[in-house]
Ligand binder design. Structure first.
Ligand SMILES: Cc1cc2nc3c(=O)[nH]c(=O)nc-3n(C[C@H](O)[C@H](O)[C@H](O)COP(=O)(O)OP(=O)(O)OC[C@H]3O[C@@H](n4cnc5c(N)ncnc54)[C@H](O)[C@@H]3O)c2cc1C
Length: 414
């Protein structure tokens, strides 16, 4: 059993940042990682290019029950500090409409730079060590019981512990949800982690027809007559429902509402640039010789036009002049407000992050220290804060990792 000032569980984004910061403040730091390599999830980010932050930092880019918690964290270590940090590791940033990436376009440079920095600070990273329990001894220190190389039980002792185990999406990257169990055993409240930043599954008989279409549109999630959330952008229509960035952005609400046994509908506006009246006029003004399929295909993708025709139960070769006012209203309604029951979201293996996790009212917003168990710190996706697409989840990992590392790692000079 070796003694440490600080043990970090997890060599992911927030854990490596925490380790570097704690070591920089003079602590002897060990990182325990159950995979054979560090930062596996970082390598997957931004399609391998690592969208590490974003110049736009509104509080509502982070979904949480405590916006003041997020504000406090980002005030200490926000986008500017993250960019300066990576610049200090010789990484040049590319700014693509506010989305920040390493200029090289390779996530691997971020992982390499973090590891080299750890090495330079003598952070001891031990791989293939799965931590499965944390207990306190009578002297107030922590004992971490782990399994090394899949079979050997081993214990590590430390003054302070930073839990940076991530959420439970893309389990192959190492984040298997074990962090929730570790913290639950210590008395923390865990808000049920659910998939977020993922696709939405819908029930509709025509989904197969529109498979493969990409189009601009607006998605609104409804619970009965109440609007839950809406977002706009490029939608991807699939044979199970809808995907694309705007769908990712709203998916965490679908997950939570469905988990809470609410019925959720997706309303899609495929023609957001026209009002109902304008769209109706556009259709009515079509030349008399045109059939309705051609008119609708002049607005949206042919596959989608086919779905609209089927849903409105009209024959595609009917001329516009033959359509009743009711039929035209029906077409307009279908294009502007196509309603489909949401049956679920992509599962954990298809979601970029989790919504839910450790309740943030149990974490000190200034230090990331647990309010349930002192000298224990919590970082990153493990807590109940989820960012929208665009670099916000990694920013959250850097920010919370930095604060936890600073507060756990500070060694007072005597
Ligand atoms: C496909 C994909 C693309 C993404 N793209 C982006 C993007 O472009 N921008 C963005 O901001 N976010 C993106 N994200 C989200 C982002 O990667 C995560 O939110 C972020 O990595 C979370 O950091 P973390 O430190 O909390 O956890 P992680 O980075 O997941 O690290 C957790 C680490 O802990 C280890 N671990 C877990 N349990 C144990 C245990 N019991 N014992 C020992 N080790 C353990 C894991 O192996 C892992 O190495 C993406 C996610 C995915 C899946």
């Amino acid at each position: 059993m070796s003694d440490n000032d600080v043990i970090v569980i997890g060599a992911g984004a927030s854990g490596l940042m925490a380790a570097i910061t704690a070591a920089g403040y003079g602590s002897k730091v060990t990182v325990l990682e159950h995979m054979d390599k560090p930062g596996k999830k970082i390598l997957m980010t931004g399609n391998g290019k690592c969208n590490y932050s974003n110049t736009l930092q509104n509080i509502d880019c982070y979904r949480t029950v405590r916006p003041e918690f997020v504000k406090s964290v980002l005030n200490v270590f926000g986008q500017k500090q993250a960019t300066e940090f990576f610049s200090s590791l010789s990484i040049v940033t590319k700014d693509k409409n506010g989305y920040l990436y390493p200029y090289s376009g390779q996530a691997s440079i971020i992982v390499d730079a973090l590891i080299k920095k750890c090495d330079s600070l003598k952070v001891n990273i031990i791989y293939n060590v799965h931590c499965h329990s944390i207990r306190r001894t009578s002297d107030g220190r922590f004992v971490l019981t782990c399994i090394k190389d899949s079979d050997k039980q081993i214990e590590y002792k430390s003054e302070r512990v930073i839990v940076s185990t991530g959420g439970k999406t893309y389990e192959k990257s190492g984040s298997d949800g074990s962090g929730y169990k570790l913290l639950k055993k210590l008395g923390h409240k865990i808000i049920k982690p659910l998939p977020a930043l993922t696709a939405i599954k819908c029930k509709d008989e025509y989904l197969k027809l529109w498979k493969g279409v990409r189009c601009d549109g607006e998605i609104t999630l409804m619970c009965g007559n109440d609007i839950i959330v809406k977002d706009k952008g490029e939608l991807q229509l699939t044979d199970y429902g809808i995907s694309g960035i705007p769908v990712f952005q709203v998916s965490r609400y679908a997950s939570r509402y469905i988990y809470n046994n609410n019925k959720v509908d997706a309303l899609i506006d495929f023609v957001p640039f026209y009002s109902y009246k304008q769209l109706s006029e556009h259709i009515r003004n079509a030349e008399k010789y045109m059939d309705i399929y051609q008119v609708i295909s002049g607005i949206v993708n042919r596959k989608l036009a086919q779905v609209v025709i089927k849903k409105c139960n009209i024959s595609p070769d009917m001329h516009v002049s033959e359509l009743s006012n009711r039929k035209i209203s029906n077409i307009v309604e279908t294009l502007k407000s196509m309603k489909m029951p949401v049956t679920g979201t992509g599962d954990y293996s298809q979601a970029q992050v989790c919504t839910g996790g450790v309740a943030v009212d149990e974490i000190n917003e200034k230090t990331m220290e647990s309010l349930i168990c002192n000298n224990l710190y919590i970082t990153g996706e493990l807590m109940d804060v989820d960012g929208i697409c665009g670099g916000y989840n990694l920013q959250w990992a850097w920010s919370t990792g930095y604060i936890a590392g600073k507060n756990a790692g500070y060694v007072e000079e005597i």
